[in-house]
Design a protein around this ligand. Structure first.
Ligand code: CP
Length: 315
């Protein structure tokens, strides 16, 4: 994988491991600039460019925000949701042949796939840039970048933070990318709250700890420290369980409630969730002004993806 090294031009975005502090902050500054720009002026940025959106797994946010981001910059998209039904994959075409075709027609590919490592494989096959929109239990780099942007926008920094992550540490790709991203900056401390069978893999725990991020694993809500900068709630990843009875038992292990917020959150704690949510947030929390999952966090996804497309294809 190519390192970004402050230069996004024609680069693939596969993992947070490609990033350093300078590159992430460059992306954040561009995102902030685009948020303030006149939408009309942006329509010429990617005029004449075409993106292939290929999603082998379902998506609401990542598919629509990438598609809208590309169109808001004046580009066009060719879209495959569920290609196992709608493309020649149904006739047995290999993923390698499929992406070679997109390489002939498009300027960039955004792909989601259920198997970890597939996006790296795809990036090795084609010359055009490839963006990982989620590869199984692997990574979801653009989600982590938009999450970090949302934190940066609020606190003006992504270092020296204390955060709480809750849910499925084992299978949650947004969790893996976010821990990877926060480990690039100094002084970050994260508390991980999960059922014991869904803890971060020991390989990942060791890898990220070695990079300097302090990881503290907890098992009860009573162990949540007060005054975190952010809470990052996630769902238990149903689609990764072979035995759905096990999923049913674990799915609502930890619920974000108004009461818990009153007990443990600070007045500035950002309440985040990558979504979709499936019962692990009480709906009354939505009205809390600190809750950004349905509003700012999701909208930032569109702006951050606009910035990424611009930096990769234009600059
Ligand atoms: N956050 C996220 O990846 O949502 P979707 O699965 O709806 O794209």
């Amino acid at each position: 994988m190519d390192l970004i090294n402050n230069n996004f031009k024609n680069k693939d975005i596969i993992s947070l491991d490609q990033f350093d502090q300078k590159s992430i902050l460059k992306l954040f500054r561009e995102t902030a600039r685009l948020k303030k720009s006149s939408p009309k002026k942006l329509l010429s940025v990617l005029k004449g460019k075409i993106a292939g959106m290929v999603f082998f797994e379902p998506s609401t946010r990542t598919f629509s925000s990438n598609t809208v981001a590309f169109k808001r910059l004046g580009g066009q998209t060719v879209e495959y949701q569920n290609p196992l039904v709608t493309s020649s994959a149904v006739k047995g075409e290999s993923i390698e042949d499929m992406v070679k075709m997109f390489e002939q027609y498009c300027d960039i590919i955004v792909m989601r796939h259920p198997i970890k490592g597939t996006l790296k494989k795809v990036a090795d096959v084609v010359e055009i840039p490839v963006i990982n929109a989620g590869d199984g239990i692997g990574e979801h780099p653009t989600q982590a970048l938009l999450d970090m942007f949302t934190i940066w926008e609020k606190f003006g920094k992504v270092s020296g933070l204390t955060g709480l992550m809750v849910g499925d540490m084992l299978n949650g790709r947004t969790i893996h990318s976010l821990i990877g991203g926060l480990s690039i900056f100094p002084g970050n401390k994260i508390y991980l709250l999960s059922p014991s069978s869904l803890k971060l893999s020991r390989e990942e725990y060791q890898l990220y700890s070695k990079r300097g991020i302090k990881i503290i694993e907890i098992s009860k809500t009573s162990e949540i420290p007060s005054n975190c900068h952010f809470w990052y709630w996630t769902r238990v990843q149903k689609e990764r369980f072979e035995d759905k009875k096990v999923y049913e038992k674990l799915k609502l292990s930890f619920i974000l409630t108004k009461k818990l917020i009153e007990e443990k959150a600070g007045k500035n704690t950002l309440l985040m969730h990558p979504l979709p949510r499936v019962g692990e947030i009480d709906l009354e929390v939505d009205r809390d002004p600190r809750a950004v999952y349905l509003t700012r966090q999701a909208k930032n996804g569109m702006y951050l993806r606009m910035a990424l497309f611009k930096l990769i294809l234009k600059e």
